[in-house]
Design a protein. Sequence first.
Length: 136
Amino acid sequence: LSALGKIVALAWFTVKDDQHGRAFVAFSADSGRTFGPPIRLDDVASTGRVDVDLLEDGSAAASWIEFAKERAEFRVRRVEPSGAKSPAVSIAGIDSGRTSGYPRLAANGNELLFAWTEREAGTLRVRTAGNRRSGG
């Protein structure tokens, strides 16, 4: 959940019956009293662990774990309240199990910051990355 003034963005993960998991985001322009339609984040299937952060222009950066082609990836994309979305960007390959924790993102001015965990030689390590955004 992320809020900026009266704008709210909510991200969630769901699984119905035996289907693949899916990640969604929805926007509210009235402080969360009502929300627009769900916007699907993942391209194939999600294992969840979603995060969302509103950007100054009212769009949001949203992240999730995508499971496709027998591997899991920590991914992010920009989503507009209208439903328009940028192509997904892979931040890192990630363990699909619970030991990988919950990757996070945060907007800081015109930069997006990412944090996740990786197991390396039996040791769990925190990894970080940043991506400077251009044009708002």
